[in-house]
Design a protein around this ligand. Structure first.
Ligand SMILES: Cc1cc2nc3c(=O)[nH]c(=O)nc-3n(C[C@H](O)[C@H](O)[C@H](O)COP(=O)(O)OP(=O)(O)OC[C@H]3O[C@@H](n4cnc5c(N)ncnc54)[C@H](O)[C@@H]3O)c2cc1C
Length: 490
């Protein structure tokens, strides 16, 4: 398990009556982060009503237990884990409460997924404003981490499209928050990784679309500099931009990439919008070439999931992309955003899983920092297997990771043998990120230390967050492994 500095004594809280809850063994389940490198056991509850949710908190307080929250479990590290204590999985609270197709406003319970939202709205001509690489996230999980998409520099983060939410405090009280009402809680609970309360309903403003298709342009760039320069030059005339870097390339080719730019189709550009907007025409076929199951692909990938194999895969991918340089095509929105879901991306990494590390760097320093990071990984013999570059802009949330700059998401394979070395490497990368005034992202994190969080968030933001936590959750019931690892419990 990649968790350090956890004092087990932090796990329980003082029960007013001095009793501890005899935890029922039939609720004990193995729980892991999506990357599979952080694993543990928790007493998992799946409430089907708000009343049941309230009761869990009331019992937890009575018996001195802590409660962690979990959505779809797609955070890579330990953000949705609460080892050896209560974990509330909110996935059964999954009803769409209201949909206003004229305004594009949808109100949902917390466990509704991104997939559920777009499938409900696309035929009315609305798409999710921020789409993550998986559609399996819940709206609450997306809000708690304040996720971003491949359009982050343009539309900002998820929270900027949430108009209002209801938050159940551990006391059972429900407060409504928006930029106008309880605004301090609004700007802290979004991105507040489930530490202030439980989202019980959220209202989201969607994006109007005029076709079920999106126009994609696939390009190849020979190095990091040209990749970033091209993206920067096309911020104004693109709706989505993302690059996949070959983390094995060196010297002049360092950071060579396959780049995708995508744009929405304007009204009239699609001759058959009613047809392309059908849900069935968005779904990614489960087979490749009509016969080979995508979900079995990992069996063929697995032998290549080592440094030599991945060097080969990255080179082959780059050369194949080069043949198609400049190709333009139209594809369904869901294909463009959620291809990873159709493959079992985690499986080829094997038993030890993976950790993802995604630093955010200011625009003027990002290229230098990313060069140093990519070279450092290579020098340490730990090149990352999937490397994704995106452009971002600042947002107004208290615990924000975002800035006017770039992020580089890097997947590191974890084995028994390299675990310590990878952790050590992340320590070294932390230093580079801090030296260039960068930031970190809890949804992907597995290794951040308190002093690093303090350095990038600043004492003032952390003090404000702690004060809000004290106000919303005075008994400190809400805890996760991430919270204890990075902020301690009290
Ligand atoms: C393949 C893949 C691709 C991804 N791509 C992206 C990407 O492009 N961009 C990006 O930003 N992220 C991305 N992610 C990360 C993912 O979007 C986030 O981790 C997201 O928060 C996961 O949502 P979830 O519903 O699975 O929540 P979980 O991971 O289960 O939980 C996330 C947080 O939400 C809290 N929480 C859960 N329910 C509630 C509630 N009701 N009220 C308050 N807090 C709650 C939890 O305590 C936890 O802190 C990706 C993940 C995967 C696996």
């Amino acid at each position: 398990m990649i968790q350090e500095n956890i004092d087990p004594a932090y796990k329980t809280i003082d029960a007013p009556n001095g009793r501890t809850l005899p935890l029922p063994i039939d609720h004990l389940e193995p729980v892991s982060g999506w990357g599979g490198a952080a694993t543990g056991m928790s007493y998992v509850y799946r409430p089907g009503t708000i009343e049941q949710l309230r009761e869990i908190f009331s019992q937890a307080k009575r018996y001195g237990r802590t409660v962690g929250l979990r959505g779809g479990g797609n955070s890579y590290g330990d953000a949705a884990m609460n080892d050896e204590d209560l974990l509330v999985d909110i996935c059964r609270l999954d009803r769409i409460l209201a949909w206003l197709p004229d305004e594009g406003l949808i109100t949902v319970e917390p466990g509704v997924t991104l997939q559920h939202v777009w499938e409900h709205t696309i035929e009315d001509g609305w798409w999710v404003p921020v789409a993550t690489g998986t559609q399996k996230i819940t709206i609450a999980g997306g809000a708690a981490m304040n996720v971003h998409g491949k359009n982050a520099w343009k539309v900002g983060t998820f929270g900027q499209h949430i108009t209002e939410f209801d938050l159940m405090l551990p006391s059972g009280e429900i407060i409504t928050c928006s930029p106008e009402a309880n605004s301090d809680v609004f700007y802290a609970a979004i991105g507040g990784f489930g530490m202030l309360g439980v989202f019980t309903s959220l209202t989201l403003r969607l994006k109007r679309i005029y076709s079920g298709l999106i126009e994609v342009e696939a390009l190849v760039k020979p190095n990091l500099h040209q990749t970033m320069a091209w993206m920067e030059d096309h911020l104004d005339d693109s709706d989505y931009l993302v690059s996949w870097l070959d983390a094995f390339s060196k010297g002049k080719a360092l950071g060579r990439s396959e780049l995708h730019r995508a744009n929405y189709l304007p009204p009239g550009a699609d001759p058959y919008p009613a047809q392309t907007l059908r849900v069935e025409n968005q779904l990614i076929p489960p087979e490749i070439m009509g016969f080979f199951p995508r979900l079995s692909l990992w069996r063929f990938q697995k032998p290549f999931w080592n440094n030599w194999g991945m060097r080969l895969v990255n080179t082959a991918k780059y050369l194949a992309a080069k043949k198609n340089d400049g190709r333009k095509y139209r594809e369904p929105h869901a294909h463009f955003h959620f291809l990873l879901d159709s493959l079992d991306w985690r499986k080829p990494f094997g038993k030890g899983g993976l950790i993802q590390y995604q630093p955010f760097l200011p625009h003027d320093k990002a290229e230098t920092a990313f060069r140093q990071i990519l070279e450092l990984c290579q020098n340490r013999g730990l090149p990352n297997y999937l490397t994704v570059l995106k452009r971002h802009k600042p947002d107004p949330f208290l615990m924000s990771y975002s800035l006017d700059g770039w992020s580089l998401a890097m997947d590191f394979k974890i084995t028994e043998k390299n675990r310590e070395r990878v952790v050590q490497l992340t320590r070294e990368i932390d230093e580079i990120v801090l030296a260039f005034n960068g930031r970190f992202y809890f949804a992907k994190d597995a290794t951040l230390r308190p002093e690093v969080a303090q350095a990038y968030l600043g004492e003032e933001a952390i003090a404000q967050f702690r004060a809000l936590k004290q106000r919303c959750d005075p008994d400190n019931l809400l805890q996760t492994n991430l919270w204890r690892r990075v902020f301690g419990s009290r």
